[in-house]
Design a protein around this ligand. Structure first.
Ligand code: NAD
Length: 499
């Protein structure tokens, strides 16, 4: 990896910012010429104007995507050719690592350290992995009677709408685009209005890599405008959505109101991280409890935001977690040493501060943070915050805060821990820390979540499915299972006549 040290502030002054949509292989203004301000959460300054796409723009993007799908310029390319193009795209993403990382940091507020070392490489690896996977998947033949041949095949759906959030703009886009494009679909991508810039740049790099025009289109804009138009569109076959449970519910309604398009929802979480007194390395558990919580400013769907600690070690353990907090103090996102940056915008700052008020009002004890930081910058920063003495019925234990706020809940028995962990409308992830292998397996089996982390919370790989139970969604991103979302199952019966 290139290790040269850049002055990111000077780079920021000269970097190219283009907020126009990307449709049919070209940058375009919205049809009615409307734009919206793209504001950097680092200092609240306007970065650029972004096309405010509406129904007419979405109609155009879907039409172009449908034409591309029907004429087979991508959908009927050989797997070897699609693989070649997607691999080249991944290489181009890596080659543009600094540019993309800077755009992501300016637009979304995460530290440049992580944009460079996590977001760009993960997005590129995702595209590369689906490129490599696409020509290794065989279809099936059913064990039917001797005079028949029944083929079971997966085929591309057609036009897929992808609607993504702002917390990991490139990674969330890549998790959809990788499997959707690898299986031959055309895509219309709607990035979040809070962090739209990298989506259009990724699409441009795709075109340069050989993705035919019209196959990947990007329509930036607001949820209730571009997002709703895409999800209600009669000619969109499926929606891959990542975002809040509130909007995920709307996606299902839009499907019902339009063409019953397939909807796959990757939604919110309120993950429990359960620490048993028998775990032998409580220092590591405490470091991870804080690190995983405060990573990405706490704006992660799988953040372990409910820390369940067994009573007999609670005081000592909470002290260890609290002692980690200063290392996560927010800093300038463009400083390479910063590990926690700015919240995405002022409204998210207000939301997080209102949850802190609710925690105080309901009687939880704020032992760390609870305040804004770096106010002089003009940007939107909150100190890492820990509430002790939370009970599972409090607002800060039930609702997703999506900021650096950890709720600590004490428990006595294993049964109590399982019951509390499962007493949530969400079911995305959970952590279990125990040196007793039977207990670790018992608890992991009892938890109603898509992913259980045992004695760690950070492991992650594109090879492993990601998604949740209950109101955390349906379907899975990542791994070969993601192909299930972007393909239909086709069966073909053939009669074999006797000689
Ligand atoms: P959000 O639901 O507000 O918005 C997500 C996307 O939907 C954005 O592009 C937005 O413009 C669009 N949208 C909003 N309202 C819409 C509407 N009425 N019709 C159509 N589109 C609409 O979510 P957010 O605030 O951007 O992201 C944070 C949420 O995403 C959190 O709840 C987080 O847990 C979740 N998330 C989940 C995962 C996962 O894999 N499970 C990953 C990342 C984030």
């Amino acid at each position: 990896m290139d290790t040269k040290i850049l002055d990111w502030h000077s780079q920021a002054k000269t970097c190219k910012l283009d907020g126009r949509a990307f449709i049919d292989g070209r940058r375009l203004a919205a049809i009615d010429g409307k734009t919206f301000d793209c504001v950097s959460p680092i200092d609240a300054k306007i970065l650029t104007q972004v096309s405010r796409c509406q129904t007419a723009d979405v109609d155009l993007a879907v039409k172009v995507a449908r034409t591309a799908f029907n004429d087979g310029r991508w959908s009927r390319q050989s797997p070897a050719e699609r693989k070649r193009v997607l691999q080249k795209w991944a290489e181009k993403i890596l080659a543009a690592r600094e540019e993309l990382a800077l755009l992501e940091t300016l637009d979304m507020g995460k530290p440049i350290k992580w944009s460079l070392s996590v977001d760009v490489p993960a997005a590129a690896r995702c595209i590369q992995w689906y490129a490599e996977a696409l020509d290794k998947i065989y279809d099936e033949i059913a064990p039917t009677a001797h005079n028949a041949l029944a083929l079971i095949q997966r085929e591309a759906m057609g036009v897929v709408g992808c609607i993504v959030p702002w917390n990991y703009p490139m990674i969330m886009s890549a998790w959809k685009l990788g499997p959707a494009l690898a299986s031959g679909n055309s895509v219309v991508l709607k990035p979040s209005e809070k962090s739209p810039l990298t989506a259009m740049r990724l699409a441009e790099l795709g075109l340069e890599a050989g993705l035919p025009s019209g196959v990947l289109n990007v329509v930036p804009g607001f949820g209730q405008e571009a997002g709703e138009a895409l999800a209600l569109h009669m000619d969109v076959d499926a929606i891959g959505f990542t975002g809040s449970t509130r909007v995920g519910r709307k996606m299902l309604e839009y499907s019902g109101q339009s063409n019953l398009k397939r909807v796959f929802n990757e939604l919110g979480g309120k993950s429990a991280n359960i620490i048993f007194a028998d775990f032998e390395d409580l220092d590591r558990a405490a470091k991870t409890a804080a690190g995983s919580m405060f990573f990405n400013q706490g704006e992660s769907c799988n953040a372990p935001s409910r820390l369940l600690v067994q009573e007999e070690i609670a005081d000592a353990f909470i002290e260890k977690v609290a002692s980690q907090a200063p290392q996560h103090a927010p800093g300038d996102p463009l400083d390479v040493n910063t590990i926690m940056g700015a919240l995405v915008d002022e409204s998210q700052l207000r939301t997080v501060m209102s949850y802190i008020e609710a925690g105080n009002a309901q009687g939880a004890k704020c032992i760390v943070g609870g305040t804004q930081a770096r106010i002089e910058s003009g940007g939107f920063y909150v100190n890492p915050t820990i509430f002790d003495r939370v009970n599972n019925d409090m607002k800060i234990a039930r609702e997703e805060i999506f900021g650096p706020v950890l709720s600590v809940i004490r428990f006595k028995t294993e049964e109590q821990a399982i019951a509390m962990a499962n007493d949530s409308s969400y079911g995305l992830q959970a952590g279990v820390w125990s040196s007793n292998i039977n207990r670790a397996h018992r608890v992991a089996r009892a938890l109603k979540v898509g992913t259980v982390h045992v004695n760690q919370y950070d492991d992650d790989d594109i090879t492993v499915p990601f998604g949740g139970y209950k109101q955390s969604g349906n379907g899975r991103d990542k791994s070969l299972h993601a192909f299930e979302k972007y393909t239909e199952l086709k069966t073909t019966w053939l009669r074999i006549e006797a000689a």
